[in-house]
Design a protein around this ligand. Structure first.
Ligand code: IYR
Length: 235
């Protein structure tokens, strides 16, 4: 499917789909969402417990509602379920790259930054999570023009895909599912293995499922609000 192309026509305008709530209802909604997001943690060990496909597909629908540069929607979400052979190939390729990364390519400074989190080159989540979502960014668009394929310039691709991935993680978290933002490096092998076209680049891999019964996470803290919020005028 190609990105929507409107030529140089200005689109018709429709009323803004305003949401009518009281401030008390807004407070309840924002608190409930904050509680959900407080519980989000990156999971590295997943249970075999299945997750219904429609839950993951709905989260992808939500991600695809993200704003994007010139509404070009420069993303593809490849959803991989119970495909043991494909999973094994992806894991093998990722672990080969990651092992090289941890053992040779990553700087001492980088390894030191990761040390507290205890990550290493083993990537069991790639075979164990019930779903994998591989997000691709479209470096440029392709438009079929008669018998020619034309490249269409895309704008703010990384920002757009980053926002969509944020929506995706929030939607999956809201559905009570565990996720990981995994970026095997380099990720070129994913386009090959998954047969994506030349204009697509792997952006992130998101395993989705339930945490293993004995899963642990590092006891990290978040910066206090005062460190991340600057108010003008100051209060
Ligand atoms: N890509 C590797 C290494 C890694 C890098 C960062 I920065 C992290 O926050 C976590 C891991 C990996 O996925 O393990």
């Amino acid at each position: 499917m190609l990105a929507p192309y409107h030529g140089d026509m200005t689109l018709p305008r429709v009323p803004y789909p305003a949401v009518h709530m009281t401030d008390a209802e807004r407070a309840a909604a924002s608190n409930a969402f904050l509680d959900v997001m407080r519980r989000r943690r990156s999971a590295r060990d997943f249970a075999a417990t299945p997750v219904p496909r429609h839950l993951v597909v709905d989260a992808i629908r939500a991600a695809a509602l993200a704003p994007s540069g010139a509404n070009q929607q420069p993303w593809t979400f490849v959803l991989i379920g119970d495909e043991p052979e494909l999973r094994a190939r992806i894991r093998d390729a990722a672990e080969t790259e990651e092992r090289e990364g941890y053992e040779h390519r990553m700087s001492p400074e980088w390894l030191e930054a990761l040390e507290p989190l205890g990550t290493d080159w083993h990537k069991p989540h790639l075979t164990d999570a019930p779903w994998l979502i591989v997000v691709f960014e479209h470096a440029y668009g392709v438009r079929i023009d008669g018998d020619r394929r034309r490249k269409v310039k895309h704008y703010y691709v990384r920002e757009s895909v980053g926002i969509a991935v944020g929506f995706l993680l929030a939607a999956l978290t809201h559905a009570g599912l565990a996720t990981l933002t995994h970026t095997p490096s380099p990720m070129g092998f994913l386009r090959e293995i998954l047969g994506r076209p030349e204009n697509e680049r792997a952006y992130v891999v998101i395993p989705v499922g339930h945490p293993a019964a004995d899963a642990t996470v590092p006891d990290i803290t978040r910066k206090p609000l005062d460190d991340v919020l600057v108010e003008v005028p100051s209060t």
